[in-house]
Design a protein around this ligand. Structure first.
Ligand SMILES: C[C@@]1(CC(=O)O)C2=NC(=C\c3[nH]c(c(CCC(=O)O)c3CC(=O)O)Cc3[nH]c(c(CC(=O)O)c3CCC(=O)O)/C=C3\N/C(=C\2)[C@@H](CCC(=O)O)[C@]3(C)CC(=O)O)/[C@H]1CCC(=O)O
Ligand SMILES: NC(=O)c1ccc[n+]([C@@H]2O[C@H](COP(=O)([O-])OP(=O)(O)OC[C@H]3O[C@@H](n4cnc5c(N)ncnc54)[C@H](O)[C@@H]3O)[C@@H](O)[C@H]2O)c1
Length: 213
């Protein structure tokens, strides 16, 4: 396979078209749900799990077979039908500037989807570059345990702390040292114990140059 380039895309208000309404379309919809993309599902039928998602204001269902004009203005396109011929037709209609993902992993591949563990701003994406989607899923399950829900609050604290450090300390080396000290594993433990106050106290000690204990 080609060496694919990993990136986190901002899809807010961009048009995303999913052709197909089955299991794969559902997985792609779930992955897109945290974004503010304008999503269009093109399919004569959708599976039951998709129906409640159609309530969302940014998801539209075009109950019809695929036609090339369905791709107008789309930034991202998912060819997720169970027909290779239809997926070929979607590929044919995709402009060179549009990014296409084929669920059947045939022919043109502009991008593939990693499995994602999302904890607020903390995001882990896993891929085998298409080699073994089931290994990707297995490793995702392991990462979900390793990086539990507390990582959302932990990373949120680090974000706030970094903003404070950036405005309080102008010297680059000194700033780097303090940002490193914020990675003391006790901070994550305090957050897991529900003691965010202790983290703020630690930050204040670092900023005032006191000994941190
Ligand atoms: C990660 C995840 C994200 C997502 O779907 O959004 C994803 N597949 C997931 C699961 C999964 N997919 C399949 C199984 C059944 C077991 C098996 O076949 O191994 C399972 C396991 C399960 O469901 O438990 C079958 C399958 N998948 C592809 C083909 C076509 C082919 O390879 O020929 C076939 C065969 C179809 C057939 O035989 O008919 C192709 C792709 N699947 C990808 C992504 C891309 C590469 C990912 C990577 O780099 O590893 C790529 C290339 C294109 C793409 O779709 O982007 C999602 C994890 C969900 C999660 O997050 O939990
Ligand atoms: N990427 C992955 O993770 C993954 C996983 C399983 C399967 N696959 C591949 O993806 C394909 C789709 O899998 P699925 O499980 O979602 O299939 P599915 O049978 O659940 O869904 C297929 C969908 O395509 C729609 N469709 C058929 N003809 C259409 C047309 N002309 N225009 C618009 N929509 C049309 C159907 O209405 C249906 O909703 C499989 O054939 C396989 O090649 C990929």
């Amino acid at each position: 396979m080609t060496n694919l380039f990993p990136v986190l895309l901002n899809l807010d208000y961009k048009k995303v078209v999913i052709v197909g309404g089955g299991h794969v379309a559902y997985q792609k919809l779930m992955a897109l749900l945290p974004t503010k993309a304008n999503i269009i599902v093109v399919s004569p039928e959708v599976q039951d799990s998709i129906v409640p998602l159609l309530e969302k204001p940014n998801i539209t269902w075009r109950q019809k077979v695929f036609e090339p004009k369905d791709l107008d203005d789309a930034s991202l396109i998912f060819a997720a039908t169970n027909s290779e011929a239809i997926n070929d037709a979607v590929e044919e209609a995709t402009q060179h500037w549009q990014l296409l993902s084929r669920a059947d992993a045939q022919s043109r591949i502009d991008f593939i989807n990693p499995a994602v563990v999302r904890r607020g701003d903390f995001v882990v994406a896993v891929s085998t570059s298409g080699a073994s989607p089931s290994l990707t899923r297995k490793i995702k399950k392991e990462l979900e345990v390793q990086f539990d829900e507390s990582y959302a609050q932990y990373v949120d604290f680090l974000k706030q702390a970094r903003d404070i450090v950036k405005s309080a300390i102008t010297d680059r080396e000194e700033r780097k040292t303090v940002l490193q000290q914020l990675l003391d594993s006790r901070l994550h433990e305090w957050i897991q114990q529900g003691n965010i106050e202790r983290c703020h106290q630690y930050l204040q000690q670092l900023l005032s140059g006191e000994k941190t204990s």
